[in-house]
Structures are given as C-alpha cells and as structure tokens.
Write a protein that binds this ligand. Structure first.
Ligand code: 1CP
Length: 367
C-alpha cells in the first residue's frame, strides 16, 4: 500500500521535501548529535557555562550551540540544542547531569503517588526556554535549512525516570512490565499527553520537522515493543498538528535496534523512519517500500576510520537507497565525541558529490 505523500511547497527546506518524498536535487544531510563535544567551539562554551542543563535552559546559549555546526558545515538541517530529559525535569522529576557520569534522577519514580504528583498541563510552563530557543534559531536560520524539534518516546523517558540513570539494559524499568504493568501504563499515558503538547508547541514556535527518539525501544520483546513503546508513539503522532496553514511538518521515528519492527513502525502514521547502523538502507527500503521515507544509517564509527573507508561506506548507503527522493543522509546514532571535524567535513562533501546522480530524473521532471 502506498500512502499519498502530503504536497509540500517547492520552497520548503530540502530536508522537509526529502522526508515527504518530493523531488530534491541531492540527498540532504544532517547528523545526530551534530552539536556537541567533538566541536572545539562547543567545548569552550561548555567550559564557561559549567553545567549542561543550564546551557539548555538559556535560550541564547541553546540557539548559539544549535547554530555552531551549521556555521562550519554545509548541513541541511539544525536540531534544537536541548535534551530528551528536560521533559521529566519539567514534570517535577528533577534531572542532573554530572560530569562524566551521564544523567541522574535523585528521586526516581517508585510509587503510584510519585506518578500522580507529576505535572501534566503545567509542565509546559517549565519548558518555555525550549520554545524561545526554537523561535530564535528559526529567525537566524536560512529558509532552506530545516529546524528539527524532538522529544524522547514515552518508554525511553519512563525508562530513565524509573531506573534513575542511564543503564545498559534498564532492568529495573523493564521489571515494571511484569511487576507493575498498570503503574507503568499510567506513567506512559501521562508522558504521552505532555509530549503531544510539548511537540505541538515546538511546531508553533517554528520547528519544521519533529523526531521521536525511542532510544531504548530496542530493549523490549517484540510483543512488549508494540504495547509499551509503539502504541504511545502512535498516539503522539495522531495528536500532532502537522498540517499548519503554510507548511507541513513531517515526523521521524527512531527506534534504536528496532530493525525487525520497521513494518510496524511504518503503520504509526510517521513520515519517515530513522535507521540505526545495524539495519542497512536497502533492507529497510525493501521492507517499507515507499510508505515512508528513510533516514540514517551510517555507522558513527566510520567517522573514526580512514577517509577511504568512509568514502566506501557513504557510496554504499547512497547506492542502497538508489534512485529517487525519500532519503535523508544521517548516522545510525550520535557522533562520537572523539570524531575529528575534518572527517565530518569530508562526509558532507562526499554526500553532496555522490548523491546528485540519484536525483537526475527528479530534476528533469521539474524543468
Ligand atoms: O556536554 C555534555 O557533557 C553533554 C552531552 C550531551 C549533549 C550534547 C547530552 C547529555 N545531551 C546532549 C544534547 C542532545 N541530546 C541532543 C541535541 C544535540 C544534537 O543532536 O545535535 C539530542 C537530540 C539529545 C537526545 C538524547 N539525550 C537522547 C536520544 C538520542 C540518543 O542519543 O539516543 C538520549 C538517550 C539522551 C540522554 C542523554 N543526555 C546526555 C547523555 C550523555 C545522554 C545519554 C545517557 C545514556 O547513555 O543513558
């Protein structure tokens, strides 16, 4: 079955056009975690600001960091500088980012009372700094470059709130599926409502694209993935006001290690699926056909290898997708902090140089 793609203006950013499978002259590119510690200008701002969360909460700084990678590289999109964990924080479950230790919740969710105490409607009042930063970036960004807004999936956020920190397997959070299923679903439902309003407000503030980061969906069994993660992402997508008066805002879903569930993800109503590095683009395309666009999947480790190996890998990803629109070049996960800026520069040149030949028919069709 083919979904009818929404009609998007030819003046829309290239990334928006690719995500809605409209013709584009080349494959656009942006990179997960493109703002961050591999950039010297980020490190120097971070050293001055001291604290990661306070950088997110200052719209001027968040705007500046969002734009840093776009000043250096010919990227086709910016992603707003914030974190998925600002949402639990705004709901009254405070998060701290301590140096070298990752995120930490000092009062993890343990009881039904903890869930009932979380802010619902009023959580958004504590996220104004995100909306202000989005407005500032949208004003500063050229029209052809898209601004990506985002949120964590309800399951991914719940996993941190229950576990209290990052984890390899989130065993405490997963044990709730079998110990406290009704409490877990109440938490997921509450998060879902807040995320819908949060993302709609990002759209109103100027986000051109929305991405859902379901980083820990891949830890679930196939059955539980549908019930605990996908069902709530489906509700979120249904609740988003994607069609604005003057523009359409596509939605991307990223479930890390979700390669076996691409068909199910394609039924959520999303416009695109982001692939991690374990699911190649050709396999993904054969699974989902042209129902949704694809993003990803270059292994972030290729940026730590030789230039030759990077070129081979980039050409492979482009050839795997093949002719036509519907692909946004990206990594399979975030850039590693030890990546060199030269290698990122080279990656972007390679994609620009080698992708045009896959879009020749589209250019002919338009002229
Ligand atoms: O300077 C620092 O020490 C902070 C490092 C850092 C950065 C740069 C963190 C802490 N978050 C961020 C920004 C961020 N986080 C962005 C915007 C920047 C960009 O993409 O250019 C985004 C989209 C995120 C999203 C995010 N945060 C996710 C989902 C995507 C993913 O990477 O899977 C997750 C899981 C987080 C939690 C988080 N925040 C920070 C860290 C180190 C982590 C991961 C912790 C863990 O492993 O559990």
């Amino acid at each position: 079955m083919m979904n009818n793609p929404p009609v998007v203006s030819t003046a829309a950013p290239v990334v928006v056009r690719a995500l809605t499978r409209q013709s584009v002259p080349y494959t656009p590119i942006w990179l997960m975690r493109q703002a961050g510690r591999y950039l010297p200008e980020y490190r120097s701002l971070r050293a001055k600001a001291g604290n990661f969360l306070s950088m997110c909460q200052d719209p001027d700084i968040a705007c500046e960091i969002t734009l840093q990678p776009l000043r250096r590289f010919a990227l086709d999109a910016a992603i707003i500088f914030t974190d998925i964990l600002v949402v639990p924080d705004a709901m009254g479950c405070p998060v701290e980012f301590s140096e070298g230790q990752g995120p930490c919740f000092n009062q993890p969710i343990q009881t039904l009372a903890d869930i009932k105490q979380l802010r619902g409607d009023t959580a958004l009042d504590h996220l104004n700094y995100v909306f202000e930063a989005i407005q500032q970036v949208r004003v500063a960004l050229p029209a052809q470059q898209a601004l990506i807004g985002f949120a964590g999936s309800p399951w991914t956020l719940a996993a941190y709130m229950i576990e209290g920190s990052g984890s390899k397997d989130f065993l405490v959070a997963r044990s709730w599926i079998y110990k406290n299923p009704s409490m877990l679903h109440q938490l997921l439902a509450r998060l879902t409502q807040v995320i819908i309003e949060y993302l709609n407000q990002q759209i109103i503030s100027g986000a051109d694209v929305i991405m859902l980061f379901d980083t820990w969906g891949g830890l679930l069994s196939s059955e539980q993935y549908q019930l605990i993660s996908l069902a709530y992402m489906r509700q979120i997508i249904a609740g988003l006001r994607r069609q604005q008066a003057d523009r359409y805002v596509p939605v991307i879903v990223f479930t890390k290690h979700g390669g076996q569930w691409l068909n199910a993800i394609a039924t959520t109503g999303c416009d695109a699926i982001s692939l991690d590095w374990t699911t190649d683009v050709a396999t993904a395309r054969s699974m989902v056909g042209s129902r949704v666009a694809l993003q990803g999947h270059l292994d972030p480790a290729t940026l730590l290898g030789t230039r030759q190996a990077l070129e081979v890998a980039v050409r492979q990803v482009l050839a795997d997708y093949g002719d036509g629109s519907g692909h946004v070049f990206n990594l399979g996960h975030g850039i590693d902090r030890h990546t060199s800026v030269e290698q990122v520069q080279y990656l972007i040149e390679l994609v620009k140089d080698h992708s045009r030949k896959y879009h020749l028919d589209e250019i002919d069709a338009r002229s």
